[in-house]
Every structure is written in structure tokens, then in C-alpha cells.
Design a protein around this ligand. Structure first.
Ligand code: J2J
Length: 541
């Protein structure tokens, strides 16, 4: 079998020339930089997790072994591989191996279930699936069986741990000489998953050149160098702990990556003390939890230099509590898997750090704040954020309809976020124009959940909205008009769960109503309807 055609992400020629000339795109690739670090930092610890401590040389050896094994099993360069692994060292080894073999990872979160994993596999035309045997009490081999039954094109399943009838990652090996050379730096290195504001998640193609630029530049803004110890506390497949600066930034710098098995203080604090962690990224609810726990903790957290908070809005009062509780530097991070990432700078005045979500990484990040008609608004006014730049995609993978909606004719990505830009260039996130729920950083599409509720025989209509939540920031509330006998809320929740979805997508709250009670005559948009229901919910509080 021959290689599959590499996926491309197309920037117009003049932009390619500009991004190269500016030194953003240097022709670096994942396998090339990982190989170089394995030489340069051979005996330095690269990855710590569970009982494993791999040096850079050992990580590279794992990557080469697994890469050779995957090709020996019949995968060919260009094949897409859905990877669903938790915060274990094998996650990093497997992803590095895929890069080494010119295979294309498609990142699923451990929380995803058959419906989502099936969608990723179908949409990416994946030929393989890699999971752990079990993670957080879930058996992924059962999911693999269902996946293969539904999608025989997923011909290979590889498992970390007890593989049952599948192939164990630990047992993979093969001849090293047919391993391919380094890929085209402008080819797509992997497919990341979008937050999915309309319906199912879109796949985000990121190239070697653009992604490596984003974390190389992030390192400089986040203070990451070879002496740093970066902790992955959020699920490692999230774009934030992967690239802002994330474990890839840390590996690029020759730093140490420490994988925390969970995001809470119980799991993370002892590891911070033991490994002398210097930097970690959290979502706002966790940052508050950490700040509260730090005061009572007996663990030595004094090594922490930078606490990054992002994924959802950190309001100024919460920012103050985080700073007071943890006593290290706060860095706000406002990013997206599609590209654009904003950071408050480590030397920004405290007021900006507490009250803004930072400014873009690059001088060539073009940020527009526009009104509903696409006209730029004055600094300080709230408008839609559009972005274009050297690490922001120009289109989703294989999704013409989404691309028509999500990009302007001149290639700006419509982020869906409403922001205010200050004269300093710092952005303040003021809400969003799209209907999703940002549940502690996990983005949930209202439409996707409505579709699953509507499939229930006792649901006549359903509208899912985000409502404020003291802990999560936002939670999901489903307004349901019963059809026939009213189902019990627990039954509807179980129904959504049973549709093969991540648990975080199950509505937190269900409110039955007789009618949506819209005063508008005729049809109103789902958006307006959700806005009305949300307003009604807030009035009733
Ligand atoms: C308000 N909203 C925010 C913030 C993201 C770094 C950090 C985060 C992500 C991420 C990421 C926010 N304040 N500080 O990929 O590299 C909301 C916005 C944004 C969406 C993107 C990274 N930080 N958000 O969260 O792809 O609505 O990426 O458009 O998961 O999260 O979500 P996602």
C-alpha cells in the first residue's frame, strides 16, 4: 500500500511568503524537532506520569518503536488515527510516534463516547483508533468494538495496557529503516477538535509550520525554557495544555512535562511539590478551587511561577482571589483550537492582568472587532472578533458549509466571541454570538443536544441554553415541551447519556414547559428562542 495524499491547509501565496520571511514559519516539523531534542537533551527528563519517567532519548526511542510497529501493522503515511488517551505518558509517546510515521492524529477527549468518536473517525476517514484499556473506570475496548462494528473502515485498534483481542501498543515494533523521512512542514500534522458551536464538532487541520510557531512563540511569552517544569492538569488533548505553551511547548524547549492524573488539588499538589512544577494551565473554576485549597495545603507549592487561566472568562474578582490564594504570577489565556491565542504578558501592569484576556501572540495576528454588518467598531466598543494570522486556520477539514459560515471572503476566522479591544491591544471577552454552553471550558453545542433530546419519543420540542453557574461559570439547561406523557428529568438525562455522548454534554438541568411562549408571530430563529428562554430563566431566579 502506498501513502495517502497528505492533507493541506491552504494560505494564499502572498501570506505564505510573508509568514516565512518574518521567520514565523521556519520549515520545522514535529519529528525533526523531537529528534533534535533527543540529541540535545538526551538524558534530561522529558515526561513524568504515573510511575514513568522518560528522558528525551527514551521518549524518542518509544516514538520510533511505536512508529515502526504501526507501519509494520499496515498503516501507511497519511492515514488518520483517532487517539483517545488520558493524561498518561503513552499519550505523548503515541502522538510523537504518529508524527514520526507521518500518520495524522485526530484528538478525542477521554470523555467522548461512541457518537463523538464515530463522528471523528468518519469525518477524518480514519483507519485506526488508539485508546487505553481503561481510563477513569471506562473500558475503551468496548467502545472500540462498537466503533469497528459501525465503521469497518477503522481497520486497526491499538490499546495501551491490556489489549484483549486488539494490538498492544507496548508490543509494537518493526524494522526502523522504512520509517519515512520528515514531512512537508506545510502539510497537516494533526486534526484538532472544534468546540462545536453548531451541531457536531468540526475538525481543525493544523500544520507543522503554523502550530510549532504558536508554541515556540508561546514559550517566550510564558517564560518556558529548558529549566521549566510544565504540568498538564487539564485533559492533555485540549488545545490549551497541548500548545499554549502546553506540553509541546515544553518539549520544544527541552523542559520537563508532568502529567497530572486529574485536574484537582488532590492529584496535582503532591506532584507540584515533588517535581517542582513551574507552570500550569487551568480553567477558571479549577483555578478558584486551587486557590482555596492552597491555603490549607501542606504541600510545598513555592515552585509555581506562572498560573495560566483560560478556556472561559475569568472575571476580575475571581482573578484577584486566584492571585491572593496562590501567590504566583497570573497569566490570562484566551485561545481557540482554530488558532488565535492571546496572553497577558508576564510584565503587564496588574490591572491589565486582572481585567483583560490578553493580546495576540503575533504582530501578524490580524484582529478585527466588527459590528453585525462587518464594519469595524471603535476601540472600547464591543463587537465580533475576527482573526487571521500565521497560526489561524483558513478552513475546517472537509466541511464546505461550516467554512462558508465561519470564514469571511478574505480569510478571517469568525471566532463567535464578542470582545472589546483596549488601546493597548488587550482584549476583554464580553460574551459570544454563538449558541454554545461553555461549561468550565468544555464547549457544548446547544443544537447537538437538542437533536438528541428531540429523538426521545416523549419530547415534542427542546431548546438548550447556557445559564450562569457559581462553580462552572455556565451550565446547560434544557427547556423541554413534553410530547404525551411527561418524562422524568433523570430519564431524559439518561437518554442523552445513552446516545453515546460525553457526560459533560448531559443537560445539567431540565425545565418542562407547556410552550416556549414566544410572543413573536410565526417563526422566530432558534437563536432568538434560546435568548428568550435564557432571559426568562434569569427573571425567575
Ligand atoms: C473567555 N473565553 C475564552 C478566555 C477561551 C488556549 C486557551 C484556551 C483555548 C480554548 C485554547 C477564553 N476568556 N480566557 O485553544 O490554545 C472561549 C472562547 C473561544 C473558545 C475556544 C488555547 N479562552 N475562551 O478554550 O477551542 O469562546 O480553546 O472562542 O476549546 O473558548 O475554545 P477551545
Amino acid at each position: 500500500p502506498t501513502a495517502r495524499v497528505p492533507l493541506r491547509q491552504i494560505w494564499p501565496d502572498d501570506f505564505v511568503a510573508r509568514y516565512r520571511a518574518a521567520g514565523y514559519w521556519r520549515g520545522e516539523t514535529f519529528p525533526a524537532f523531537l529528534r533534535a531534542r533527543a540529541r540535545e537533551f538526551a538524558d534530561a527528563i522529558a515526561v513524568v506520569g504515573g510511575d514513568t519517567r522518560w528522558t528525551y532519548a527514551q521518549l524518542w526511542e518509544q516514538a520510533e518503536r511505536i512508529a515502526a510497529g504501526l507501519l509494520a501493522q499496515g498503516l501507511v503515511p497519511g492515514d488518520r488515527v483517532v487517539v483517545q488517551l488520558g493524561n498518561i505518558p503513552e499519550f505523548i509517546a503515541v502522538v510523537c510516534a504518529l508524527f514520526r510515521a507521518q500518520l495524522v492524529p485526530v484528538y478525542a477527549l477521554p470523555a467522548h463516547r461512541l457518537t463523538e468518536v464515530g463522528h471523528f473517525a468518519r469525518k477524518s476517514e480514519a483507519s485506526a483508533y488508539i485508546s487505553a484499556d481503561r481510563y477513569e473506570a471506562f473500558d475503551y475496548r468496548a467502545l472500540a468494538r462498537e466503533l469497528q462494528a459501525e465503521l469497518p473502515s477503522v481497520r486497526h485498534v491499538f490499546v495501551v495496557g491490556d489489549a484483549a483481542e486488539f494490538v498492544a501498543i507496548g508490543a509494537l515494533d518493526g524494522p526502523r529503516d522504512p520509517l519515512p523521512g520528515d514531512p512537508d512542514p506545510q502539510s497537516v500534522a494533526f486534526l484538532q477538535i472544534s468546540g462545536g458551536s453548531t451541531g457536531l464538532s468540526k475538525l481543525i487541520p493544523r500544520t507543522h509550520d503554523d502550530y510549532i510557531y504558536s508554541f515556540r512563540a508561546s514559550n517566550a511569552l510564558c517564560g518556558i525554557d529548558a529549566a521549566s517544569v510544565y504540568m498538564v492538569a487539564l485533559p492533555a488533548a485540549h488545545n490549551f495544555p497541548m500548545s499554549s505553551p502546553g506540553f509541546f511547548g515544553a518539549l520544544y524547549a527541552g523542559a520537563r512535562v508532568v502529567l497530572s492524573p486529574g485536574p484537582g488539588p488532590d492529584a496535582a499538589f503532591p506532584l507540584i511539590a515533588r517535581e517542582r512544577v513551574t507552570c500550569v494551565g487551568l480553567v477558571p473554576p479549577l483555578a478558584l478551587l486551587w486557590a482555596d485549597a492552597a491555603g490549607r495545603s501542606t504541600h510545598d507549592l513555592s515552585s509555581l511561577q506562572v498560573l495560566q487561566v483560560g478556556g472561559a472568562k475569568l472575571v476580575p474578582e475571581a482573578a484577584r482571589r486566584v492571585v491572593a490564594g496562590l501567590g504566583c504570577r497570573l497569566q490570562q489565556v484566551f485561545g481557540m483550537a482554530e488558532g488565535l491565542v492571546n496572553y497577558t504578558r508576564l510584565d503587564d501592569p496588574e490591572e491589565l492582568v486582572l481585567t483583560t484576556q490578553g493580546r495576540p501572540i503575533s504582530d501578524d495576528d490580524e484582529v478585527l472587532v466588527v459590528d453585525d454588518h462587518g464594519m469595524p467598531v471603535a476601540d472600547g466598543e464591543v463587537g465580533h472578533l475576527l482573526a487571521r494570522g500565521p497560526y489561524t486556520i483558513r478552513g475546517y477539514h472537509n466541511d464546505a458549509a461550516a467554512n462558508a459560515r465561519s470564514f469571511t471572503a478574505d480569510g478571517f476566522y469568525r471566532t463567535g466571541d464578542m470582545v472589546q479591544r483596549l488601546p493597548s491591544g488587550h482584549l476583554v471577552v464580553q460574551g459570544r454570538a454563538t449558541d454554545h454552553i461553555n461549561r468550565a471550558g468544555e464547549k457544548i453545542s446547544a443544537e447537538e443536544i437538542e437533536d438528541h433530546l428531540l429523538a426521545h419519543p416523549q419530547v415534542f420540542d427542546a431548546a438548550v441554553v447556557s445559564v450562569p453557574d457559581d462553580y462552572l461559570g455556565e451550565r446547560s439547561c434544557a427547556f423541554v415541551i413534553p410530547g404525551g406523557e411527561k418524562p422524568r428529568p433523570a430519564e431524559l438525562k439518561a437518554w442523552v447519556r445513552g446516545r453515546g455522548l460525553a457526560a459533560f454534554k448531559v443537560p445539567d438541568q431540565i425545565v418542562f414547559v407547556d410552550a416556549f411562549g414566544t410572543t413573536a408571530v410565526g417563526k422566530i430563529s432558534r437563536r432568538e428562542l434560546r435568548a428568550q428562554l435564557r432571559a426568562r430563566f434569569l427573571e425567575d431566579q
